[in-house]
Design a protein around this ligand. Structure first.
Ligand code: BGC
Length: 488
């Protein structure tokens, strides 16, 4: 496995630990041949999802009813919200045409307890309250009486859409687990609270963050063919042709020809839920078994930011249990229980360690003592750094399987893949490792990264601008009397 160590010698001198790290390296390394096998099966699942998409063990390939490419000429003022895994963002987007836009936005932290609240109203009222705060802040003299704000609602969970401005939640992901929302259309659930607060808002489009990322980037860069999120969750979106989506053929209005583009939100976090090809370790299996939704989001559980810290924690805990790490650790005090607390470590833990280039790994030393109340030896820190490299590299290499599968299926030889998400933006070396993975799969050895035919590029602010552009595209279709969903 090619891993940059940046001059620090990470050789372990304790034989038992050295043996364990070799074992872990083998378990977490994904050779190129394995990537190719995964990609082949990925293409099968993409096609199967377009044929049916209702099999809970497959990729849903959700039809989004975005049937136009933006060309950068779209204009208008749109309100957008983005309900992600960690934050809710409210954005006012002014699309100026000429591929230009401006935004004003506020970010609201989603309280951790909200993810698993027993009352769905807590979540939807929280969103409505953020919208209210934002609109009041933007309109200090009061919201104009005759105003009506068109809203693009970015809902970053799998939803079945029969038309562009509605969506029934298929299942929660990324640790969300709120009763009575799965199987429900989330738009009326939100609008109930918007109306209660007397806000002049109308949902024009419900979109996924990947669709937003794709469309926002395409607004400014016509080479963009895919939008991907590498964050708390993972997923990708691309435009297919209606003729390639058997599950909607015969259910469309006459104004939608079979040559029409259709944006597909793959929801490929659920790739290989049947566990046929992904190289799962015992740690991956444990994460799945102990999650609120065992058997779901198999690909996401190995690659997304929500799980990377937990993978590291499980390995550290196992080695502590074997008496090989943290020998003086006395889990007596409450704080010292942190290592034993599921999901206590998030991806920033790995990011800090991977970025630590100090000779004695002193940033790692501080991190262990401040977060886990553990005094570590240099040997333990080297072990942990290597472990983070294995887990981070595996995530990046597996992540590109979704991109490669879509590019091969659609025969894209040269394009940009717009990427967003905390892992892509903040995890050290993630973009480089992903680019290396693509190069291995497509055989671009010797080409500088900037010359790779398929390049993962940082997206334009996906969630806000994409929702606004999609809302503008819908308005255009509406004005022309064109359909925005299944045949009525
Ligand atoms: C969700 C997707 C989303 C992705 C990235 C996944 O867990 O199912 O809808 O696009 O996370 O946010």
């Amino acid at each position: 496995m090619v891993i940059a160590t940046h001059g620090i010698d990470l050789t372990l001198t304790t034989p038992a630990l050295a043996g364990e790290i070799d074992r872990l390296e083998t378990e977490f390394t994904v050779p190129t041949e394995k990537l190719n096998t995964v990609i082949e099966y990925f293409i099968e699942e993409l096609n199967r999802g377009n044929e049916d998409g209702t099999d809970p063990t497959g990729i849903p390939m959700n039809v989004t009813w975005v049937m136009d490419y933006p060309d950068g000429s779209e204009t208008g003022e749109y309100l957008a919200i983005d309900l992600g895994g960690t934050n809710l963002r409210v954005v006012m987007v002014s699309l100026l045409g000429n591929n230009k836009f401006t935004t004003k936005q506020s970010k609201f932290h989603i309280p951790v307890s909200m993810r698993t609240t027993k009352n769905r109203d807590d979540l939807f009222d929280f969103i409505a309250s953020c919208l209210q705060d934002f609109l009041e802040e933007q309109n200090p003299n009061g919201i104009p009486k005759d105003a009506m704000f068109p809203l693009g609602f970015t809902f970053s969970y799998p939803a079945t859409q029969s038309r562009i401005n509605s969506g029934v939640l298929q299942r929660w992901t990324k640790g969300f687990d709120i009763p009575n929302v799965e199987g429900e259309d989330v738009v009326p659930l939100l609008m109930e609270h918007v109306h209660k607060r007397g806000l002049p808002i109308e949902v024009v489009a419900l979109i996924n963050d990947t669709s937003g990322t794709l469309v926002a980037s395409r607004y400014t860069d016509p080479l963009t063919e895919m939008g991907c999120i590498f964050g708390t969750g993972v997923n990708g979106a691309y435009y297919d042709r209606v003729a390639n989506i058997p599950k909607i053929l015969g259910k469309l209005e006459d104004d939608v020809p079979s040559t029409s583009p259709m944006l597909i939100n793959c929801e490929y976090g659920s790739f290989d839920n049947r566990h046929k090809v992904l190289p799962r370790t015992s740690y991956d299996i444990q994460i799945d078994n102990e999650s609120p939704r065992p058997g779901q989001q198999a690909f996401e559980k190995m690659t997304s930011g929500y799980y990377l810290g937990e993978l590291v924690r499980l390995v550290l805990l196992e080695l502590y249990g074997k008496g090989l790490l943290f020998k003086d650790y006395k889990p007596a005090s409450e704080q010292a229980q942190n290592l034993k607390t599921p999901y206590f470590l998030d991806t920033s833990f790995l990011s800090i360690i991977e970025a630590d280039e100090t000779e004695n790994l002193s940033e790692t030393l501080n991190l262990f003592s401040s977060k886990l109340f553990l005094d570590t030896t240099l040997e333990e820190r080297k072990f942990t750094k290597k472990l983070c490299q294995f887990i981070g590299t595996r995530a990046a290499r597996l992540s590109i399987c979704g991109i490669s599968a879509v590019c091969k299926k659609m025969n894209y030889k040269k394009c940009h893949v717009a990427a967003d998400g905390s892992v892509f933006m903040k995890y050290p070396y993630f973009p480089e490792r992903a680019a290396q993975g693509l190069s291995d799969v497509f055989g671009w050895e010797g080409l500088a990264e900037k010359d790779h035919p398929i390049r993962i590029v940082q997206s334009e602010d996906g969630s806000g601008v994409g929702a606004a552009v999609i809302a503008a595209l819908s308005h255009k279709r509406q004005a022309k009397g064109l359909s925005l969903g299944l045949k009525l």
